[in-house]
Ligand binder design. Structure first.
Ligand code: DSN
Length: 422
């Protein structure tokens, strides 16, 4: 078996600059509270699989149909990963080769659409993602994306009347339900009804909540008859950095051909081994508990922030995340708010809010979420403390003494919550 200690010794000796930066990142991850909703701490078993000999192997094709020899073990791990993904997400077929979130979504578009075809997706400032057709993305240049939005008066929920109107007007080929900053539940039933009415395919990009779906803490679009679902594997799912696609059995050929040879070459077999491990973990009672706790933590953090005077754009949360309008709450732009929290070892990210008058690098808010903190074992009472520290830090953003005091308390608190695998 590969000797991990020898690997680290070799790196320390032969490339101390890189080794030191890795150690620095380990320390940063241990002593701070990670609240970026798309980040998480993975399992020791995932580190092992990800750093394994599969890094050495080329395996274009799919199990039993490869373009290179020596595939007896790659076929085993990819077949296991496929079967586990099908089981976890109750899907007819799974493709575990997408290298990450962007190629995963691109493969779906290229598989099902022709250039110029129309996709109906969420407006970017209301929670959509770059790969849902932002004009700066290649996808936005190749396909015609039309938009739906959230409703400002209904706790930020999707405006389904508007969605139906836009769908009827544009006859999209795909109706896409998926977000990167939408704190409400995804209403799959209404999406399916509207897509059926205009004869469109249904696609869900559940990258943020894939783990919560696997844990049974949130609804699964495949149970509502969706055609395709995509998810990254490193967010709430707690796996390696990658993506996967599940779909109805009848779409197997389209999806597989779109990923390889359509878009990608050699799959990253070390990552696929780690995805298989992740999906094995996702089937355990502990993971079910993790999903439920992540949601409870999110609700508690949101309530603590709102009780302390913070304006959340949806006045609450139905999932693992929340978006705070820091400009309205504390007269503090999102960039300054993010930096202030960095100063007290609480990591968040600046975030545009619906129809933000400010640009993405200087937006009006921040985004926070609980998957990573929950992985470390933090519970509701810890969320209350964290919420109080956030409020204190934002209110005292120009008081260095106060910020230093909060940072000390945060770092001491973190010591009692070990990071898995470190
Ligand atoms: N970067 C991811 C996020 O933070 O939501 C999406 O790709």
């Amino acid at each position: 078996m590969a000797n991990c200690t020898a690997h680290w010794d070799a790196l320390a000796q032969n490339d101390p600059e890189i080794y030191k930066a890795i150690l620095g990142e380990e320390t940063r991850e241990k002593k701070g509270i990670e609240l970026i909703p798309s980040e998480n701490y993975t399992y020791p078993e995932v580190f092992a699989a990800n750093g394994s000999v599969f890094t050495n192997k080329y395996s274009e094709g799919y199990p039993g149909r490869r373009y290179y020899g020596g595939q007896e073990f790659t076929d085993i791990i990819e077949s296991i990963a496929i079967e586990r993904a099908k089981k976890v997400f109750r899907a007819g077929h799974a493709n575990v080769q997408p290298l990450s979130g962007s190629p995963m979504n691109q493969a779906v578009y290229f598989g099902f659409l022709k250039p110029g075809d129309t996709v109906l997706a969420m407006d970017l400032s209301h929670g959509g993602h770059l790969t849902h057709g932002h004009p700066v993305s290649h996808m936005g240049k190749v396909f015609n994306f039309v938009r739906y939005k959230t409703h400002p008066d209904q706790e930020g929920r999707i405006d389904f009347d508007e969605l139906m109107k836009v769908a009827k007007e544009h006859n999209p080929k795909i109706v896409l339900c998926g977000y990167t900053s939408y704190p409400r539940d995804y209403n799959y039933k209404d999406f399916k009804r509207i897509a059926d009415e205009v004869g469109a395919l249904t696609m869900a990009d559940v990258s943020h909540i894939g783990g919560l779906i696997a844990a049974g803490a949130m609804a699964n679009p495949m149970d509502y008859g969706f055609d395709v679902m995509t998810t990254t594997t490193h967010k709430s799912l707690r796996g390696p950095r990658a993506g996967l696609i599940v779909c109805k059995e009848k779409h197997k050929k389209t999806v597989d051909k779109a990923v390889f040879p359509g878009l990608q070459g050699g799959p990253h077999m070390h990552t696929i081994a780690a995805i298989a491990v992740t999906l094995g973990k996702a089937m355990t009672p502990e993971f079910k508990e993790y999903g439920a706790q992540t949601m409870k933590n999110s609700k508690t953090l949101a309530q603590t922030l709102m009780d302390g005077g913070a304006k959340l754009i949806t006045d609450g949360t139905d999932n693992h995340m929340m978006v705070m309008n820091t400009t309205e709450s504390f007269n503090l732009g999102g960039t300054k708010a993010e930096h202030t929290l960095d100063e007290v070892s609480i990591t968040t990210n600046k975030q545009i809010i619906p129809d933000d008058p400010n640009p993405p690098l200087k937006p009006s808010g921040i985004r926070l979420g609980t998957p990573a903190a929950t992985t470390r074992g933090m519970k509701e009472e810890d969320m209350k403390k964290i919420g109080e520290w956030i409020l204190e830090a934002l209110k005292n953003h120009d008081n260095e003494t106060e910020l230093a005091k909060i940072k000390g308390a945060v770092e001491e608190f973190c010591l009692s919550f070990p990071v898995p695998g470190l």
